[in-house]
Design a binder for this molecule. Structure first.
Ligand code: F6P
Length: 558
């Protein structure tokens, strides 16, 4: 007998009935005469303050959502995730990114093996590599110290390190040989070509980051990089004694779950960082894939990032559901998507250092929960992951906020900002100006969420205005304040969203750890490429693709 789907549960039905009443309640009504609403819906953990008071809910809503979480067995699922059970059922393996941030004295025995020693052995290997770079002792084939590192990876092997290195650029260790870290992900080679035009091959090293080591985007970039190095270091002006093996050894590091494939590609064994199949690509920045982060911020700060994530893991595992930040953030999303029909979600950081945070979350959330089949293979009869996008909030104010304020779509927003910034700037005049700029940014952040909530009621002199100047308000939002942006609070922030995704997946009864939906596109791209290269017959192609291919051929013929 199949178990009832989540939308057949009592708690879901009760929420659906409750939503009929709440749909007609404006957020401004929920705030009117409710001075304690901020405190009632705000929770703190691991240096983060989460204000959920601007969600379109009341106490009763949250109680019912917590019932839903219990009926969906969220507490049992959290325990299973953290204990290393095979929660990734379609691939029959655990999802143990949390193990990557366990402290060395911890122990996590999964299927008879304590994972902590091997996790820390990898961290130690990373530390040794980082130390060599920072001491100026990692030398290229011609003997010069490496000073530029280009990460070649895509998706989870790019977005996490890219986002974090940008966010923590202020945390570079002092007194070390500086390494400039760059990222090239696009398969068309345009980002890479740009670096190759300006970097010196003698002092440039490439990190090939790919869990599978089969991703064509990364491997094409890697081949281009290898040819560039070989041509430039072993070409006509080659130095005595520089051979291909030396170039491969000194200019490439591999990070992958497949040592065999790294060997085949020619990565020297001592320059490989291995990770495990039980770490999902989009959850992998905490180990070897985080090497570019450690190169920028140093190993001590990298360990602080891990410690911050671990603090959030402990909170997730120990806090009651009603105080549990990831659970509450997830429930707000479930309420919006499944009961208020709000299926667009915008991520709006108010701090330039978080420029890539929305792009990172787009993969984390949509690749994880963009699913429509339950664990036991049934089509879901309810919505799952909303469309999620974002940009730096202050810039988005001058781009797509118009739609948030006066468009026809209901959108949930996450506002994210540190409470304090720039107080450590040494020059007092500059410090005061910059702190003022930060307060200006916070004022905009708070003002925008307020106007989105209240609409016209946010305006004091509420005289008659033409309809095109009116604001409906009633757009729900969450505000996340970081005490300040540090490696630890950033670690906690990322872990918060990872766990939010897991809680939502648990309620929707879908697997957040696989991504079968991207496979067909890869296969068809391979076939299409063979046709484009005249190695396969175009006859079976649909009319549109055929027309496009023929247009390319015609252009190539001139
Ligand atoms: O195509 C999707 C995907 O598999 C992501 O899940 C992953 O993060 C990315 O490609 C890169 O994969 P890999 O690290 O194996 O190169």
């Amino acid at each position: 007998m199949t178990h009832p789907t989540i939308d057949q549960h009592d708690a879901w039905q009760a929420l659906a009935a409750h939503a009929r009443e709440m749909r007609t309640t404006h957020l401004s009504e929920l705030f009117r005469g409710a001075p304690g609403r901020h405190a009632a819906f705000t929770r703190r953990a691991a240096g983060l303050t989460l204000d959920l008071s601007k969600q379109r809910w009341r106490d009763e809503t949250l109680d019912r959502l917590l019932d839903l979480a219990r009926e969906a067995e969220v507490p049992e699922a959290i325990r299973a995730l953290l204990a290393g059970e095979r929660v990734n059922r379609s691939e029959d393996r655990p999802a143990l990114h949390t193990a990557l941030r366990l402290p060395p004295e911890a122990s996590l025995v999964v299927e008879g093996e304590d994972l902590v020693p091997s996790v820390h052995a990898t961290l130690e290997r990373m530390a040794t590599m980082v130390e060599r770079f920072h001491a100026g002792q990692w030398r290229g084939a011609t003997g010069r110290a490496i000073r530029d590192v280009v990460n070649l990876g895509v998706g989870g092997s790019d977005l996490g390190p890219l986002m974090v290195t940008h966010a923590l650029a202020d945390y570079q260790p002092e007194g070390v040989h500086t390494i400039d870290v760059h990222f090239a992900s696009t398969m068309d080679g345009s980002q890479l070509a740009d670096y190759l035009a300006r970097l010196n091959p003698e002092t440039t090293l490439f990190v090939l980051s790919s869990k599978s080591f089969t991703t064509i985007d990364t491997l094409s970039n890697a081949r281009t990089a290898r040819d560039w190095l070989m041509a430039r270091l072993m070409g006509e002006n080659r130095e005595e004694g520089v051979d291909a093996e030396l170039v491969m050894r000194q200019h490439f590091i591999g990070v992958s779950a497949s040592p065999e494939k790294m060997n085949e590609w020619g990565i020297a064994e001592e320059h490989q960082l291995e990770f495990w199949e039980w770490v999902g690509g989009r959850y992998s920045l905490w180990g070897g894939i985080g090497l570019p982060i450690a190169l920028v911020v140093g190993m001590a700060h990298f360990r602080e990032l891990l410690a911050g994530a671990h603090a959030m893991d402990r909170h997730f595992s120990g806090a009651p559901l009603s105080d549990n930040l990831p659970v509450l953030l997830a429930l707000a999303g479930i309420w919006n998507v499944n009961f208020l029909d709000i299926r667009a979600h915008s991520i709006l950081p108010y701090d330039g250092r978080l420029e890539f945070f929305a792009a990172y979350l787009e993969q984390l959330e949509m690749e994880s929960n963009g699913k429509s089949v339950t664990h036991d293979g049934r089509e879901v009869g309810y919505s799952t992951c909303p469309v999620l996008w974002g940009q730096l909030g202050p810039n988005a104010q001058h781009a797509f906020y118009q739609l948030l304020h006066q468009g026809t779509q209901a959108v949930e927003c996450d506002f994210i900002a540190p409470k304090v910034r720039y107080d450590d700037v040494e020059e007092p005049g500059t410090r005061d100006h910059l702190m003022g700029q930060h307060r200006l940014t916070l004022a905009n952040c708070f003002a925008q969420s307020r106007v989105l909530m209240l609409g016209d009621e946010a305006i004091e002199d509420d005289g008659p205005r033409p309809v095109h100047k009116r604001y409906r308000g009633n757009q729900p939002s969450s505000t996340l304040l970081l005490d300040r942006l540090t490696p630890a609070t950033l670690g906690a922030l990322i872990a918060l969203y990872e766990h939010k995704v897991f809680v939502q997946a648990t309620i929707w009864d879908i697997n957040p750890f696989d991504q079968w939906g991207v496979e067909l596109g890869k296969k068809i791209a391979g076939e299409t490429q063979r046709i484009l290269e005249h190695q396969a017959d175009i006859a079976g192609m649909d009319a549109s693709t055929r027309g496009l291919i023929e247009a390319v051929w015609a252009a190539e013929r001139g």
